[in-house]
Design a protein around this ligand. Structure first.
Ligand SMILES: Nc1ncnc2c1ncn2[C@@H]1O[C@H](COP(=O)(O)OP(=O)(O)OP(=O)(O)O)[C@@H](O)[C@H]1O
Ligand SMILES: [Mg+2]
Length: 350
């Protein structure tokens, strides 16, 4: 891809002025962004920063407000308040936007009777992108053989790849993908991971949403977690994961704790066992074995990030508000039918 130059500017070999660092190039900035649909506040004073050369995972349970946020970033719906900018501009103020930002919001919005190649040709023509990019992109995302087939007959995974090809047509510096791993099999997820890594290593900015932590945890560098339209956590994956710990249960916790501590490990006693700050389960097992201490259970514990995400997806208060909350129902009453309790608003395209 030619946009490798989108990353850090090259450092002059000798002398010359210092490289100029463009403070907005490749950056996404969201400030106090809010979207109300009738009585529902889908996105609530959200702040978000996405920087070049990194993959940012935008995570949250179903209905958290991820797609709504991305749609505001891409100028598809108007914010009720706040701002969402790419390279310091609102989407509609970007000249030739496809060369700056590529996106795939939904894997289903193709004309079903059009071939994958024709779908991309229409996009390329509209944006003045040379037609040869179409076949290059089909090749790049691994569906050249499907190019002449009707997109209506594509599998979910093929539709995701076609969406990705469309996002990359204009060789953009910023790439925004809504649930790109949805519908991919494990092999497809592995492929996507490598592909996104490659794009980010070229200095591009990647923002990808997902409702499943496990789908993106291995892929992303930074994480922003939202629930009920509000940001609940932001940081690097490493920061949010915290130190890996092992849980071990034994018949002789006192002796095992002191043996492990004697080997320099940090040990805490609770929940009927020992929490040991290490990712190395074999080492814990070997130390216990050498000290002739029987082990009844030995496992890696959930990371702080997994615990945090589990709490959000498991607790009623964070679930999709349009599904209704069980604690708001009078006893004996059936759950409300799924669907929107708020008046549907017409899409207020700017
Ligand atoms: N046009 C609309 N009119 C009314 N409510 C809407 C509209 N679009 C979204 N919502 C509601 O806003 C909330 C956030 O929806 P959104 O699609 O942004 O969530 P999401 O985080 O993308 O969820 P998912 O993981 O299911 O894709 C939901 O309660 C949804 O029902
Ligand atoms: Mg969504």
């Amino acid at each position: 891809m030619t946009a490798a130059s989108a990353g850090t500017p090259a450092i002059p070999a000798t002398g010359g002025p210092p490289p100029s660092v463009d403070p907005v190039r490749g950056r996404i900035e969201v400030r106090r962004l809010t979207k109300r649909f009738g009585r529902l506040t889908a996105v609530d004073h959200l702040d978000l920063d996405v920087v070049p050369g990194r993959i940012t995972g935008f995570l949250g349970p179903n209905g958290a407000g991820k797609t709504t946020t991305l749609r505001m970033l891409l100028g598809l719906i108007r914010p009720s308040a706040g701002t969402a900018t790419i390279e310091g501009r609102r989407y509609h103020d970007i000249a030739n936007p496809l060369t700056v930002v590529g996106s795939a919001l939904e894997a289903t919005n193709f004309h079903p009777g059009r071939s994958g190649r024709n779908h991309l040709r229409v996009l390329a023509d509209a944006a003045g992108i040379p037609g040869r990019r179409v076949d290059e992109m089909l090749e790049l995302v691994g569906i050249p053989a499907a190019a002449s087939k009707r997109a209506g007959g594509y599998s979910m995974g093929m539709r995701q790849r076609l969406g990705l090809a469309g996002a990359l047509l204009g060789d953009p510096r910023v790439i925004i993908l809504d649930e790109p791993a949805n519908g991919l099999d494990p092999d497809g997820i592995r492929w996507l991971r490598g592909f996104l890594r490659h794009l980010s290593s070229e200095g591009r900015t990647l923002l990808i949403s997902s409702h499943l932590l496990s789908e993106v945890e291995q892929t992303v560098d930074d994480v922003v977690i939202i629930a009920n339209g509000k940001r609940v956590a932001q940081g690097t994956v490493d920061e949010l994961r915290g130190d890996p710990t092992a849980f071990v249960r034994t018949s002789d916790p006192d002796r095992l704790a002191s043996t492990l501590a004697g080997r320099g490990l940090s040990v805490a006693r609770r929940d009927g066992g020992l929490h040991v700050t290490t990712s190395d389960l074999s080492m814990v097992g070997d130390i216990a074995h050498a000290a002739d201490i029987a082990i009844h259970e030995l496992r890696a514990e959930k990371t702080h990030l997994e615990e945090l995400y589990f709490t959000l997806t498991d607790q009623d208060q964070y679930r999709n508000r349009n599904l209704g909350r069980t604690d708001e129902r009078p006893p004996g009453q059936l759950p409300p039918p799924s669907g929107s309790p708020v008046e549907p608003t017409s899409e207020d395209r700017p």
